[in-house]
Design a protein around this ligand. Structure first.
Ligand SMILES: [Mn+2]
Length: 413
């Protein structure tokens, strides 16, 4: 009988993930005949990029460096609901991502193989009936995970952010998967207890700094907290900096010019979608870095910053947005920022195409988040990112050409 080895099966063109490492010989039929079972890109229980799933809130002994945490909350939107299904749409969109197919040409590395422990914590259980309760549940979940010990020395060895923490300790990084944009408020409430005042780097078609008291239908305190007032609310609570926060990609219609002066009073500088025509991605990157300086940064990415032709599945789409390529280039240029938390929000898959365009775009952007969190932190003077191939020339991880090293296998491209 021919025994197919694990290696032979892994050599397919799909993303394959070993569910269990092979441990010695076994007498069981499957293992004897085919070796370990594995996920193919289209199979397996769905987690982000086939990462291990932990019920992190129930398992205090499970340490990690980076956690994906779903926040399936969508009961404070102003237009189309449905973002409660966003976390799983992003996971579905990530099925062709995997640790053994994670190598990225533009980053010239594989974020899953840098030594940091990355897990999918599933979703925080959130009430769909009581927003005050849901906000508390989200903040409690975030604080619980933020207080956990980091799993490895990765951050310590790669320029961690403990210098910004009030307790001087290294804390795990949480990537929240929304959910509507309101999920940023409980995250900022939890983060401010650890880091104090935080700068917000906000990619969005909309300001999300509107005074919640001025909304139609804002008759109670709770109803002033919406996905369009989230950063105004965070500002009134003193959670975020009013001198180093910035929006990028804004293009929505406003009520009046005073929306802009109010936004400025809340504490944001503003780059419009159209600014990219003159500034190019490199100018957008420079302006963002200049604004946030050396402060702890919360990166909040509303998928509606992307043009709806590329990411239609969102609650309040606006035409004329950035391309996914442009946004990826901007994110890569910001990897040196001291990021204390990140989110990707407003994916509402009921409005997606059957090709799952939005879920896949969102998953790709989360992969860029991992690149930002893991690439060479703390190396002063280094480039933010260096591609493996540029203008036809192949580079190794240190930026030297393969030809310089006498490698000939792939240098004619
Ligand atoms: Mn938003």
């Amino acid at each position: 009988m021919v025994r197919l080895s694990a290696a032979a099966l892994a050599v397919s063109s799909c993303a394959c993930v070993w569910a269990h490492a092979a441990h010695g010989e076994t007498t069981e039929l499957w293992q004897a005949k085919y070796g370990s079972s594995m996920d193919l890109s289209f199979s397996g229980v769905v987690t982000f990029a086939h990462l291990p799933h932990h019920r992190c809130l129930d398992e205090p002994d499970k340490a990690f460096d980076i956690a994906l945490l779903g926040m399936p909350f969508d009961t404070s939107v102003s237009y189309r609901p449905g973002a409660r299904f966003g976390p799983n749409a992003i996971r579905q969109g990530s099925r062709r991502h995997a640790a053994n197919r994670g190598y990225s040409i533009p980053w010239n590395f594989n974020p899953f193989q840098q030594g940091a422990k990355i897990v999918d914590c599933g979703d925080a259980p959130i009430s769909p009936y009581d927003n005050a309760l849901a906000l508390d549940q989200m903040e409690t979940a975030y604080s619980t995970l933020l207080a956990r010990e980091v799993a490895t020395d990765f951050a310590a060895e790669h320029g961690g952010i403990k210098a910004f923490a009030l307790d001087g300790k290294e804390h795990p990084k949480i990537i929240s998967l929304g959910g509507d944009h309101t999920i940023a408020l409980p995250a900022l409430r939890a983060l401010s207890k650890v880091y104090g005042e935080i700068s917000v780097l906000h990619f969005d078609a909309h300001l999300d700094t509107w005074n919640g008291n001025l909304y139609n239908g804002a008759w109670t305190h709770q109803s002033t907290i919406t996905h369009g007032s989230v950063f105004w609310k965070a500002s009134t609570e003193g959670l975020i900096s009013n001198t180093s926060s910035i929006h990028a990609g804004i293009r929505t219609r406003l009520s009046e010019f005073e929306d802009l002066t109010h936004d400025s009073e809340v504490g944001f500088k503003l780059l419009t979608t159209d600014d990219i025509d003159e500034m190019r991605p490199s100018g957008i990157i420079r302006a963002i870095k200049e604004r946030v300086g050396n402060t702890p940064v919360y990166l909040s990415l509303d998928i509606d910053v992307i043009d709806p032709s590329m990411a239609p599945a969102t609650g309040t789409p606006e035409s004329g947005g950035w391309t996914t390529r442009e946004l990826k280039a901007i994110l890569r240029g910001l990897s040196s920022l001291p990021l204390v938390g990140l989110d990707l929000v407003e994916v509402s898959p009921a409005y997606d195409t059957s090709a799952e365009l939005t879920g896949m775009a969102a998953a790709d952007l989360v992969q860029e988040f991992l690149g930002m969190l893991l690439k060479g932190k703390g190396e002063s003077g280094r480039a933010e990112w260096m591609p493996a191939i540029k203008e036809g020339v192949l580079y190794d991880e240190r930026g030297a050409t393969a030809q310089d090293k006498g490698t000939s296998a792939h240098d004619e491209l």
